[in-house]
Design a binder for this molecule. Sequence first.
Ligand SMILES: Nc1ncnc2c1ncn2[C@@H]1O[C@H](COP(=O)(O)OP(=O)(O)OP(=O)(O)O)[C@@H](O)[C@H]1O
Length: 708
Amino acid sequence: MPRTFNPEDTASVKRSKVGVWDLYEDVGTKATKIPMLANLETLWESVDCLPYVWRMIRDISNIQGCMTYLFVYAVLEIGLSLLPALGVWYSGQLLQVVETAVEKRTVDKEFLIRIAIGRILTIFSIRLFTYVQEKVQIPLNLRIKRYYALRTFWAMARLDMPTFEDDVVQQQLQQSVSHSTRTSIAWDVVSTFLKIGSSAMRLFAQVAVLANVLGEQRDGSLLLLLTFAHLFVEWLSNYHGMLQRSGVWAATTENQHYITSEGLKRVVSSNLYRKEIVAMGLREHLWHQFKKRAERLGDKVTDFWEEYFNKRRQAALFFQFLQDPLGELPRIIFCLRAVQYPAAIPMSLTSLQLITSTVQGFSSSLFELVQKTSRIAEKLQAVRKLYDVSAVPNKVEDGHLPFPENQNNLLTGFEIEFRKVSFGYPGNEALALDNVSFKLEEGQLCVIVGDNGSGKSTILKLIARLYDPLEGQILINGMDIRTLRLSDLRKATSVLFQDYSLFPLTIGENIGYGDPAHAYDIDRIREAAKLGGCEEFIDKLPDSFDSYLERPVNDIYSNLPSGTSKLFGRAVSHSKIRKISGKRAGRGLAEGKNALSGGQMQRVALARTFMRSLVAPEPAVGLLLFDEPSAALDPTAEHELFERLRELRGNKTMIFSTHRFGKLTRHADMILFIHNGVIQESGTHETLLRKENGEYARIWNLQAQAYL
Ligand SMILES: Nc1ncnc2c1ncn2[C@@H]1O[C@H](COP(=O)(O)OP(=O)(O)OP(=O)(O)O)[C@@H](O)[C@H]1O
């Protein structure tokens, strides 16, 4: 049984304050604070990630050309880890030459030249290896990145609604995507492991050679020890692991002043709220509110990590007290020894020189090693997440029966039946549909009416099988919807959601994606646009069907301080660059600045559904679902739309959800009147109007009166 973190359990969870935050730490899972040991603990926990690493290595080696590149990269890394030690060995040899020269007053010139050449070659080789390694790394990184980008794309694309909306899955998705666009998690892990191996090897080889060379020297060991002590303190002052919070913990805040001030900050900084700020005359009010909150918060730390960084800075300063004197010690000892043994000065001088130059060099290797090792567990977990995310099972399980069994059904429409269906959205305890039953015959036109939040859209979402009912059964042509092959069901259905979204792609693609098999067939796209009533205004756009609603890629401008309008006397403006790229951008939909009006966007969305349902020459769709398709349309457009739909639908089954009575309900074979997730009345317009005390009749009369 995995241990659950329960902040209310005061026996195992410690509560403390960090600024405005309440921190809850699970005492039982707290790792030791001893440096490295804590890492070992988490490393041990991550051992079960190793099969994933093995799988990753296999996958990478299967990418075309990667095996060779990886081999070359690894060989160079090994070379780079050993060459510095060779450098130390040559330095040691030089030291011996100096020693002999001091003692015997002779120099073996040939030996000296050989050593000098060796030393130079070593330095040159290090540069050369690094250069080649960088070259090899470029294609290697690119190929690995591409492979995993494809994998992750599919891992995300394949998820259904309830799975994608799940918080745990969302978190998994975020963690499986590299935060850097320049590298991938996989390459990061592989290169980290290689670097850890090579750093360890480099340090080991250097220390071994250094100890060997200095072993014979007077005070060599002492100098070595002191220099390492200096290094150790330097490492401590930079080691952040000790201060990090280990184990399981979580922080939350109830500080109303902080929460409101964060909300206010968002209000003034985002485009979304500017209309209201200006029209409601809110700026002074917002300013006073923000000021008041800031005063109430006073000196309280609001950034959770600030406390950690403060502590880190203090610890670093403390160790620096020790670090500086220790750094001087070898030189002081050398001076004292020089007084004691004047004859040995040159020798000790070279030892000192050798130690300081070498130790400085590998101090960075040591840091790299410690830093990288402390992140092994994290890297192992990252690989696991990378692979786990492609294995997340969809909550809406696929069926196995082909659909429709008889292709003629695409012409005659489907029969739809709800049998005692209840449904609640994940995370929402209230039922959106409660014991709903109804039956639609093949080819009928059904209109669902009801007030806001009554469950109209939910019925359509269940028919499209975005979610499965909690209880009851949905039958299509007499077959349980769960048994039907999902891809077939979706091909045979066309849906327009009330909260539809247009993709950040061109308008042509937005319409074309309604029928993936003909997504780039411009004749069909035009035909669909004509039916949706958007062809005319699209043609007036600068790039017609190639216009972007929202351009997914931004241009990159020269890195000048903002506001630079002149440079070396020449005017600077970037405004022409976009025209060069051809496709003109609309303004960002996401920022609430619509290049198209709400009605125009709805027409594009309608065209997208028509692409699939009405434009295809051969019947492909037997069921059309429309959720408030005319909400943003003007009365003429709405009238035309309904007329066109009635004319073109043939005998397909069609279901609408709407607030507006009359326009469609008069033609409906079946009206479902729904309230609070329960179907209260059903029948045709005439039968419902005749019903005594009927709610449908009451609202119909209310709406009719408005026009009298
Ligand atoms: N994604 C969701 N997560 C949680 N609850 C939801 C979600 N979508 C809808 N609900 C809830 O389900 C209920 C029914 O919503 P539904 O969208 O079906 O209503 P509707 O009749 O289409 O309303 P409207 O006319 O306003 O579009 C509402 O109470 C709503 O709060």
